[in-house]
Structures are given as C-alpha cells and as structure tokens.
Design a protein around this ligand. Structure first.
Ligand SMILES: Nc1ncnc2c1ncn2[C@@H]1O[C@H](COP(=O)(O)OP(=O)(O)OP(=O)(O)O)[C@@H](O)[C@H]1O
Ligand SMILES: [Mg+2]
Length: 304
C-alpha cells in the first residue's frame, strides 16, 4: 500500500493521507502526492514525492462542520424548547393532581401510581430530547458504533416536528422493519438527516407533504429516502448543489454547506447520496449506506 510504488508500477498520480501523533494530545495530518517522471523510453524513471502538512486544513474543516451543526441547532432551538415544554406542563399537572389526591381523604393508591407513571413517561421524553440534542452538538466521536438508522431518524424527527407543524407541512415516516444495524457515527448521520429534512421543509410550500422512508436495499445496504413536494431544482443547478457555499436561499439565510457536508459524511461511511428533482414538482434525496451484513431487530421504542 505504498503510493510511490504504485506510481512506479502504474505511472499514475497517487494521493494519500496519514496521521502522526506529535505529542500526547497532538496529531498532525499529512498528504502525500506522488507523480511519475518518465524516462526517454516512456517508462517511469523517477517518482516525485510531495508531502504536505494539512493539519490546519483539517482543523478548519472540522470547525466548519461543527459551526454548521450548531447553526442547525440554533434554528431549531425554539422548536426543541416547545417539545420540552409540553411534557413539563404534563408533569406539573400530574404533580398538582397527586398533591390534591394526597391532601384529600380518599387518596387512592392506584390513582397516585398512575400519576407517577405519567410523570415517569414525560421525564423519559424530556430526557430523550435533551440527550439527542447533546449528542448532536458534541464534536464528532472518533469511533464508529453499531447504529440503528431508524432510531437516528426518530431523534431527528423530534427536532424538526415543531418546525413542520408551524409551517403547516406534513412529514410522513415509513420505517423499514428489521433493518440491520450499521457501523456509523450516529451524530454524523443525524446531521445528514437533519440537513436533508430542513432542506425539504425550507423548499416545500405551506401545506406540502414530505415523505421519509427507510428500507433495505438489496443484501448489503440500506436506503434512506426523503421525498418532498416542493419547488424542485432547476436542471442547471442540479450539478452544483453539492458544492460548498452553493445556495439559492436569500442572502444571509443559508450557508450552502448543508449538502456538501452531508455528502462528505455519507461518503466517509462508504455510502452514496443522490438527488433527483423536477422543477415545480419536488425533490427526492436518496442515501444508500452499506451494512456490515449482521441483522438485528429493532427494539421498537421510537417515540415519534
Ligand atoms: N429539497 C430541496 N428542494 C429544492 N432545492 C433544494 C433542496 N435541497 C437542496 N436544494 C438546493 O440546493 C442548495 C444547496 O443546499 P444546501 O443544503 O447545501 O444549502 P442551503 O440549504 O442553501 O443552506 P443551509 O443548508 O446552510 O441552510 C439549496 O440552496 C437549494 O437551491
Ligand atoms: Mg440546507
């Protein structure tokens, strides 16, 4: 797996990257480019090797990803606050009811237990929302873990629900059953799903429909599809939507980074992302992710 050797053998220009620990908590990233220099007979005579220190580039990239994540969360903050307010109100009602029951003479143990159950359920709901948010805003974890794509989507669904409700757009979810777990960064996948769903919401007029579907795709991959009935993308823009900073949103509204970051994340997971669109009719984003072949049933604890 030596780039110089490959260049020597095939005459191709090769690029690869490696990382070196330079201190306890410090790493530096290097990019090697090798190019052939041909002799008179056309064979490869020398190999030119260029080593670049790309640590700053990597750091900046990570900062951009983190900043766009936080921006997405910022946009959703009011919705999330609302999602937490509802269970809090129920908890407060339940607690009042319990106090009332205890004060009155006819305190019925069964009724009190029911109230406690309600409170437990609502606390669980709040915890899921805040945990989802905390996980999402965390800087990316270096390790991939077995991940339930449906659960990731359910957490994201919770974050966008209020925004959809406010703008009178309906999101329908169709979760594939018995999907295998995949080896992934759940927070990064959440970021991708969030970007795609926010796009679908932003580019769909009030009253529109969005369909989200997860399913197996053949034997060794699964597919996540988000279909909207929005304004669609003009053919000449379709080739540019994955470029960083390409946006058709009004000035100051969009960064144009959502799709380019999503593409990078999906490709780092060995997957693909494709967009099909017809102006005026709607857009479908299709993400295909490889599975590691192991099948594991879902636990069915989704709360959306
Ligand atoms: N579902 C969609 N319907 C119509 N156009 C879309 C859709 N998704 C993406 N686009 C087009 O692709 C462009 C780039 O999308 P991207 O998510 O990268 O950036 P953005 O949405 O403009 O900005 P940001 O993600 O920061 O809010 C959008 O400006 C829009 O023109
Ligand atoms: Mg976007």
């Amino acid at each position: 797996n030596c780039p110089s050797l490959r260049t020597f053998q095939n005459g191709t220009i090769e690029k690869s990257e490696f990382v070196r620990a330079t201190g306890e908590d410090e790493k530096r990233y290097y990019r090697i480019t090798t190019a052939p220099i041909h002799g008179e007979t056309g064979n490869v005579r020398y190999v030119l090797e260029l080593i670049q220190d790309v640590t700053e580039e990597k750091t900046l990239q990570a900062q951009v990803v983190q900043a766009s994540k936080l921006a997405a969360i910022g946009e959703l903050a009011s919705g999330v606050a609302h999602e937490i307010n509802n269970p809090l109100s129920s908890i407060s009602v339940c607690v009042e009811e319990m106090a009332e029951l205890v004060r009155s003479d006819e305190a019925d143990e069964q009724e009190i237990l029911e109230c406690i159950d309600n409170v437990r359920r609502e606390i669980y709901r709040c915890k899921q929302i805040t945990t989802g948010l905390l996980n999402f805003s965390r800087k990316e974890e270096p390790k991939r873990v077995p991940t339930d794509v449906n659960q990731v989507m359910k957490n994201v669904a919770l974050l966008v629900r209020y925004r959809a409700e406010l703008s009178r757009k309906q999101i329908r979810y169709e979760y594939g059953e018995d999907l295998p777990l995949i080896l992934a960064h759940p927070d990064e996948l959440a970021q991708v799903f969030l970007n795609i769903l926010i796009n679908a919401l932003d580019f769909t007029p009030s009253g529109g429909q969005i369909e989200v579907k997860t399913a197996l795709d053949g034997r060794s991959s699964l597919v996540v599809e988000v279909r909207d009935s929005g304004c669609g993308i003009a053919p000449r823009d379709l080739s540019r939507i994955f470029s960083p900073f390409f946006t058709t949103k009004p000035r100051g509204k969009g960064t144009g980074l959502g799709l380019s970051i999503s593409k990078r994340i999906v490709e780092r997971h060995g997957g693909t992302i494709e967009v099909e669109s017809e102006k005026g009719k709607g857009t479908t984003v299709r993400i295909v992710l490889p599975t590691n072949g192991s099948r594991s049933p879902l636990n069915g604890t989704g709360i959306v």
